[in-house]
Design a protein around this ligand. Structure first.
Ligand SMILES: NC(=O)C1=CN([C@@H]2O[C@H](COP(=O)(O)OP(=O)(O)OC[C@H]3O[C@@H](n4cnc5c(N)ncnc54)[C@H](OP(=O)(O)O)[C@@H]3O)[C@@H](O)[C@H]2O)C=CC1
Ligand SMILES: CC(C)(CO)C(=O)C(=O)O
Length: 308
């Protein structure tokens, strides 16, 4: 398949490489005018079901930024951060064929209506992943964690595109097609609402959130998220969300969350699309979410110190 990947950061480059390994024809769309890039990939090899080790490094060369390839592409994968989606996508619009399937993969929720306005005739799929990747240098990609990926349609044109999930599953399993993609998007939102702001504010690793001092805050966050999810029509409870959050805290104990790293490196965060999105939905339902509101504002304050 002819694929363009917009946003060749950690997670985007991982998918670009994995799809290339399956013989798909992938070009990268970057901010620069480069026409070729070579990425060094540290592969994650599963040795048992519970143990993983990085063992091999291979180089992958990609062509970049060809408008002709973009016009011919059948699949556009967008893996920029949530707040970058509109700016990144807009310059590509004059080249995109309306048959081209567009996949948007980022943490948080809230870009869906902008993307549908930008692409009123294309099949649009949203995706969420628990795969993990790290980009220690501009050209080195490390696959750092395995996990589930979910894909699903957000407009009528994309309802018939479930075969894309099979293609993704061949590249990086497990990937599943979801009849309602908002369910996994909200499940991931709940995890991000709990882990990301706390680890960013306290500049701690995910595993530190198992300490007694964080337990009542985690309970309150999960209670608020469960109330809004219920109001949105999803079946969940505070206990279920808490259990999922605890599992991620354990499974990623030594990792720093993406928001922790963004604050550490004085970058903008995805908070408006995580706790900020949650609070906006709560307001629509006239439900108070004071803990998520406080966390949203606290991260906005930290961002404002670097981005006046
Ligand atoms: N990394 C991970 O393990 C995971 C990440 N995610 C989510 O995936 C999304 C991407 O994360 P991640 O890969 O870590 O982030 P990165 O910042 O590493 O990747 C984003 C990439 O998008 C590029 N980009 C931004 N704006 C433009 C533009 N206008 N034109 C072209 N390229 C652009 C950036 O380029 P430049 O380098 O020039 O800024 C960068 O390479 C986030 O929502 C994150 O939360 C989800 C699960 C796991
Ligand atoms: C699941 C979690 C919290 C893993 O660190 C993540 O998605 C992130 O860091 O943004």
């Amino acid at each position: 398949m002819n694929i363009t990947l917009l946003g060749a950061g950690a997670i985007g480059a991982l998918w670009a490489i994995k799809l290339t390994q399956q013989q798909h024809n992938v070009q990268l769309w970057t901010r620069n005018a480069e026409t070729k890039v070579t990425l060094h990939f540290n592969e994650l090899t599963t040795t048992t079901t519970t143990t993983t080790t990085t063992t091999t490094t291979n180089d992958y060369s990609f062509s970049c930024n060809s408008p002709d390839d973009l016009a011919a592409c059948e699949l556009l994968i967008v893996t920029v951060k949530a707040f970058q989606v509109t700016t990144a996508l807009t310059p590509l619009l004059p080249y995109l064929n309306t048959d081209c399937v567009v996949i948007i993969m980022h943490n948080g929720i809230g870009t869906q209506s902008q993307v549908q306005q930008l692409l009123p005739h294309n099949p649009i799929i949203y995706a969420t992943t628990s795969q993990a990747a790290f980009k220690p240098t501009q050209t080195t990609i490390q696959h750092t964690g395995l996990g589930q990926t979910s894909l699903g349609a957000i407009n009528d044109y994309a309802q018939s595109q479930s075969h894309i999930a099979i293609l993704f599953d061949g590249a990086l399993a497990p990937t599943q097609w979801q009849a309602n993609i908002y369910q996994p998007l909200w499940q991931k939102l709940a995890i991000n609402c709990a882990i990301n702001p706390l680890t960013a504010l306290h500049q701690c690793c995910n595993g530190d959130l198992a300490l007694p001092c964080y337990q009542s805050q985690l309970d309150s966050i999960c209670l608020e998220v469960a109330q809004i999810m219920t109001a949105e029509g999803f079946v969940t409870t505070q206990q279920q969300l808490r259990h999922q959050v605890d599992n991620v805290i354990k499974a990623t104990a030594n990792n720093y969350s993406s928001m922790n790293r963004d604050i550490f490196h004085h970058r903008l965060t995805e908070i408006d699309y995580i706790n900020g999105y949650l609070v906006q939905q709560a307001q629509r339902h006239n439900i108070d979410t004071p803990i998520n509101y406080q966390l949203w504002q606290a991260i906005k304050h930290m961002e404002s110190l670097d981005h006046a």
